[in-house]
Design a protein around this ligand. Structure first.
Ligand code: C2G
Length: 134
């Protein structure tokens, strides 16, 4: 069984995320998602999520491509996650291009960056919603 892992906040969940998860799953048979906790988002990414970790986890677990959701508590857990979950392939959107190449040296995992879905982002959604409200 080929195991794939990816990480993110996934808030607000949109089709760009789904496109990423779909393509990540195509690289194996089992997809693990490291979901950023509320504390990690706030303390490390400066992001206040709209949905709590539990709600974002519920959403991700409902996606057909996702097999397991684990908490992402910090930047430094990827090596141990890859080892503990016997991951073969690490996937991220190419806005992270190059940032995680070290994982290929520190683990046996292949590192793959996939093109983002260009026209959609959570900030774009928020901007559009603000425009359309009176
Ligand atoms: N993504 C995408 N297309 C978009 C938006 C996002 O392909 N239009 C991808 C991102 O490239 C990322 C994943 O969807 O691979 C999750 O995006 P975010 O929730 O924004 O993740 P991020 O905050 O970048 O956190 O340790 C890694 C971090 O947790 C990644």
């Amino acid at each position: 069984m080929k195991r794939v892992i990816t990480y993110g906040t996934f808030d607000l969940l949109h089709y760009g995320h789904i496109n990423l998860l779909k393509r990540a799953k195509e690289h194996g048979d089992y997809l693990i998602v490291g979901l950023s906790t509320d504390e990690f988002n706030w303390n490390e990414k400066g992001k206040k999520t709209y949905f709590s970790f539990e709600k974002r986890k519920q959403l991700l677990e409902a996606i057909r491509y996702v097999d397991l959701v684990i908490p992402e508590n910090g930047w430094d857990q990827k090596v141990t996650d890859i080892q503990n979950y016997h991951v073969d392939t690490f996937v991220m959107g190419n806005d992270w291009e190059g940032k995680f190449d070290f994982l290929a040296n520190d683990t046996n995992a292949e590192v793959i960056y996939l093109p983002r879905t260009p026209e959609i982002s959570t900030s774009q959604i928020k901007q559009d919603l603000n425009k359309h409200t009176k």
